[in-house]
Design a protein around this ligand. Structure first.
Ligand code: NAD
Ligand code: TYD
Length: 375
């Protein structure tokens, strides 16, 4: 019989609801739960432009019938309260990982309403359904129940050249995306303080890895490079992000949800602080090695007009989760970037299929309100 190494950490949490499980991070989490636990998994997702289940289907094919029987999709929009309520009644979860959100800053600049609806109203609807459900649980299940809200370091705004964000940093979001994520964090905290829902929040840095829809810096740069398009760097390329490999993030989520203190927040960083220019140069170097072209990929780099309200620098102090819960990332930025570049080289069909489905082909977004911009 297969030993499920995660069952011990899950500590009797046998029914797990993942919202946003058809997205990048949710998909990685579900794959891990399917292969390393015996829990029943419910994937609540609206199946938006960035969603797909290919990675999960591939995992289920590998694992066989028992995994298929433990997995159920609940296709719905969190903005619809009645449907959310119904989904909670079906899933009867012991643990919720709430990842569903509109997640791309550039899109939030062009179309903020979607972000208000999914990230704020969606979180409110989920919390309200959970409140009724949790209140009616028998004491034992009530005690083990956890609501884990997955958020971002962008709620803290921007840093200068020095310092790092921690759990004590002040909320100062600057983009429509980060403002909606900050709002949802506040809702989750309020539902804990006021109604007693056992919550945990994590605020992580920029994720990257295989199976990410190619609209954010790393997968988009790789995709555009491979398709002989311009690799766009916003502004002077000196903005800094802290890059976290998605598999390391998933390990952090599993520890924080199950071992984290109720009502607390934990920051999860990747020890991967890098300027955007250096990220793109590293990608070009890897492509030159792994998929050489007649010309150096660097010649495709183009510096373009900056993003409106562009946060200068993000960096995370992961001391608390390290000391309290023993989490540290297992992969260096360099190693995981190479794995990621290789994966995109080998899976170009997958990106093209997603683009055909969504009608986006790697063009610039986020300047719709700027009259002078021509794509
Ligand atoms: P993603 O865009 O790949 O996936 C998000 C998923 O949520 C999609 O499948 C989408 O269909 C679903 N969704 C959105 N609105 C919904 C709604 N109203 N109802 C139901 N489903 C809905 O995003 P991701 O990168 O996997 O991010 C997951 C979570 O992690 C988000 O909450 C995001 O804010 C947070 N986060 C992401 C990063 C990152 O670098 N990707 C960093 C920090 C925090
Ligand atoms: P992104 O991946 O969109 O994540 P976030 O805005 O949530 O940090 O962007 C990462 C950084 O890369 C950010 O500073 C903006 C920059 N960027 C580019 O320079 N070019 C691009 O084409 C994109 C999408 C982002």
């Amino acid at each position: 019989m297969k030993v499920h190494i995660l069952d011990q950490i899950l500590n009797n949490r046998k029914r797990i609801l993942v919202t946003g499980g058809a997205g990048f991070i949710g998909g990685a989490l579900i794959r891990k739960l399917l292969s390393d636990s015996s829990a029943k998994i419910f994937n609540l997702d609206k199946f938006g432009y960035a969603s797909n289940q290919d990675s999960i289907n591939k995992k289920i094919n590998l694992l066989g019938q028992s995994a298929l029987e433990r997995y159920k999709v609940l296709k719905l929009n969190l903005a619809n309260f009645d449907q959310v309520n119904q989904a909670i009644k079906i899933a009867k979860p012991d643990l919720i990982f709430h990842l569903a959100a509109e997640s791309h800053v550039d899109r939030s600049i062009d179309s903020p309403y979607e972000f208000i609806s999914s990230n704020i109203l969606g979180t409110f609807n989920l919390l309200e359904s959970v409140r009724t459900f949790w209140n009616e649980l028998p004491l034992k299940r009530k005690e083990i129940f956890r609501f884990h809200h997955i958020s971002t370091d962008e709620v803290y705004g921007t840093l200068g050249n020095e310092g790092k964000f921690s759990e004590l940093s002040t909320y100062r979001p600057n983009s429509p995306y980060s403002a909606t994520k900050a709002s949802s964090d506040h809702l989750v905290n309020a539902w804990h303080q006021t109604y007693g829902i056992p919550t945990v929040i994590t605020n992580c840095s920029n994720n990257f890895g295989p199976w990410q829809y190619p609209e954010k810096l790393i997968p988009l740069a790789i995709f555009n490079a491979l398709h002989e398009k311009k690799i766009r760097i916003y502004g002077d390329g000196q903005n800094v992000r802290d890059w976290l490999y998605v598999e390391d993030h998933v390990d952090g989520l599993l520890i924080a949800a199950n071992k984290g203190k109720v009502g607390k927040s934990y920051c999860i960083g990747g020890f991967g602080e890098t300027t955007n220019k250096d990220v793109v140069l590293k990608i070009c170097k890897l492509l030159n090695k792994l998929s050489p072209n007649k010309t150096d990929y660097e010649t495709q780099i183009e510096y373009v007009e900056d993003r409106p309200g562009h946060d200068k620098r993000y960096a995370i102090d992961s001391d608390l989760i390290q000391k309290e819960l023993g989490w540290i990332p297992n992969n260096s930025f360099e190693e995981s970037l190479e794995i990621t570049v290789k994966w995109y080289i080998e899976n170009q069909d997958w990106c093209e299929k997603l683009f055909l489905k969504s009608g986006y082909f790697g063009e610039r977004v986020g300047l719709k309100n700027n009259q002078n911009y021509k794509n």
